[in-house]
Design a binder for this molecule. Structure first.
Ligand code: IDP
Ligand code: MG
Length: 141
């Protein structure tokens, strides 16, 4: 029965600067809400270098790291806490493959993006990272 369903989780969503610049924020949030997830809180910020480096610490030293940091800090981004049943994995599924050229049609990246750096959206990849990232972006609030 319904009471046995997957537990309610929280995850961190970022509509990255290309998504804000392309006016895709509403369209992306609409898909997430349509799925049944809740926007718990949300803000528009320009991510500074220090925050970007903390958020993407696991990628330090990779070939795409410098490009990633300059991209994510390049302009306003929309950051939100999303909640709902199994939403960590569920949001990843809605987002599609990291490389938009490999993301299935019907996913956000599959439908709206072509570039592996400018792939529109971030969603936490594990429950543990979700809690870490939520604390990083909303810890003082
Ligand atoms: P994810 O966003 O799907 O979790 P990650 O592997 O965590 O993907 O990579 C973080 C971000 O770094 C990606 O969303 C993308 O913007 C960028 N990125 C990942 N892999 C590459 C790559 O091979 N080339 C360029 N940028 C990349
Ligand atoms: Mg990731």
């Amino acid at each position: 029965m319904d009471s046995e369903r997957i537990r309610i989780e929280r995850t961190l969503l970022i509509v990255k600067p290309d998504g804000v610049d392309r006016r895709l924020v509403g369209g992306i949030l609409s898909r997430i809400e349509r799925k049944g997830y809740t926007i718990e809180c949300m803000k528009t910020i320009t991510i500074d270098r220090e925050l970007a480096e903390k958020h993407y610490a696991e990628h330090k030293g990779k070939p795409f790291y410098d490009k990633l940091i300059s991209y994510i800090t390049s302009g306003p981004a929309v950051v939100a806490v999303i909640s709902g049943e199994g939403c960590v994995g569920g949001l990843r599924y809605l987002m599609g493959n990291t490389d938009p050229l490999k993301a299935a049609p019907g996913t956000i990246r599959g439908d709206y993006a072509t570039n592996v750096t400018k792939n529109l959206i971030h969603g936490s990849d594990t429950l543990e990272n979700a809690e870490r990232e939520i604390a990083l972006f909303f810890g003082g609030e």
